[in-house]
Write a protein that binds this ligand. Structure first.
Ligand code: CU
Length: 145
């Protein structure tokens, strides 16, 4: 009986909280994915995650990002040039072997442009990352402040 309850709890954890899980595909691991909630009138959101390449010798490139909830998703890099903050549109992002590449609140980030429907805190947005070597990784990005 106790075993059954325990199993139920484990299954509950696995299937009800997939958001907490890390997405893994072969050597690529996506961690800490989230989208920053903006004011409801804002149609552009920023998204963050960490990509870990566990391969000791193979490098990947992140070539694009897609989400059905946004018209388009771009990869950007924020940098300070002559005291001015600039955002550069990245065509691809290199993920070297055994490396960790962070999309964070300072630096590289996703720019998720023109949401197609209202988004609230706690929503989980399905997003697909497109990599070189014909790899794609589906992730769930929770929306929070
Ligand atoms: Cu940007």
């Amino acid at each position: 009986m106790t075993k059954k309850i325990l199993l139920t709890l484990v299954l509950f954890w696995v299937f009800v909280f997939p958001v907490a899980a890390t997405s893994v595909k072969n050597d690529l691991m996506i961690d800490d994915a989230w989208i920053r909630l903006g004011p409801s009138i804002v149609k552009v959101y920023a998204g963050y995650f960490t990509i870990i390449n566990k391969s000791p010798n193979e490098s990947f490139q992140l070539l694009g990002v897609e989400s059905d909830l946004f018209e388009k998703v771009e990869m950007h890099n924020t940098s300070i040039i002559d005291g001015m903050m600039r955002m550069e549109h990245l065509r691809h992002v290199d993920i070297p072997p055994n490396a960790k590449v962070e999309f964070s609140t300072s630096g590289k980030h996703l720019m998720m442009i023109n949401k197609k429907k209202p988004i609230q805190e706690g929503d989980v947005i399905p997003v697909t990352l497109l990599f070189s070597h014909n790899q794609s990784v589906d992730i769930s990005m929770p929306v929070r402040r």
